[in-house]
Ligand binder design. Structure first.
Ligand code: SF4
Length: 250
């Protein structure tokens, strides 16, 4: 039985061929870690260490950050600017926001289903109370503030809420805690109440997507979404794999 995660579903939304190469053929795309990605994952790890073990949040950040910071090519912000931003943001998080959170679980893989025969799985950043309300909490790092609509768009959080419920925890809201980089770094919090009819709508959509994928898999009929091959100047990770014949004709 196939099991689908949010990452798999978003890969398939992007391009069925992309999904196939990544999750059926299990090709590994070339992994060039960007400064934004490494900054985000180091922030995440520091928060997790702090909330789980009470570790020093700034020391934890530097421990994770220094593992790969030497290998990264920095763009808009230098290494030291990233480090300054992290220290400002994490100090503010510790002082103002951490006390609002009571952890139930962090980074735990959850398994469930959305209908008989369709299994789903996912790893929410954090399940726990936020200001006393059972929540599914997602930590983001971003170059700009999120529009407020962002919190109710996307299937990831309702899917995690559904998985949490099947695993014995019932979140009633989504919380995005967004660490916004910039000359004056700041923390933005967006919350959204999770109503059951909203979750049902999202799950119906996800169920349909999973069923479509099951048919595509059974028929081995993978379509290519050529609109996704180039995103601005950035090539899809599998561009060379997909278009090697055309590229060699140039
Ligand atoms: S290069 Fe284009 S067709 Fe190939 S996997 Fe990527 S998005 Fe799909």
């Amino acid at each position: 039985v196939n099991s689908y995660s949010y990452s798999q579903l978003s890969a398939a939304y992007r391009c069925n061929q992309y999904f196939k190469l990544l999750y059926v053929d299990r090709l590994k795309p070339p992994q060039a870690k960007s400064d934004a990605l490494h900054f985000g994952s180091s922030m995440h790890s520091a928060i997790e260490e702090y909330l789980t073990h009470g570790s020093n949040i700034i020391d934890s950040f530097h421990a994770y950050w220094s593992i790969e910071a030497d290998k990264i090519e920095f763009g808009r912000y230098s290494r030291s600017e990233h480090e300054n931003m992290a220290e400002i943001l994490l100090t503010r998080f510790e002082r103002k926001y951490a006390k609002k959170i009571k952890v139930h679980q962090q980074e735990v893989r959850l398994f469930g289903n959305i209908s008989e025969g369709i299994r789903i799985e996912g790893t929410p950043d954090l399940l726990g109370d936020y200001e006393g309300v059972p929540s599914v909490i997602d930590f983001k790092t971003s170059a700009s503030r999120y529009p407020k609509e962002k919190v109710f768009l996307g299937e990831q959080m309702p899917l995690y809420a559904h998985l949490a419920k099947q695993n014995g925890y019932n979140p009633t809201q989504v919380v995005y805690i967004i660490f916004v980089k910039g000359q004056t770094p700041g923390i933005q919090v967006l919350t959204f109440e999770l109503k059951s009819d909203y979750i049902d709508k999202v799950l119906a959509n996800v169920r349909q997507q999973c069923e479509n994928l099951e048919v595509i898999r059974a028929n081995n009929s993978w379509t290519r979404n050529t609109n996704s091959c180039l995103m601005g100047e950035r090539k899809c990770d599998f561009f060379n794999e997909c278009w090697k014949e055309q590229s060699s004709n140039e």
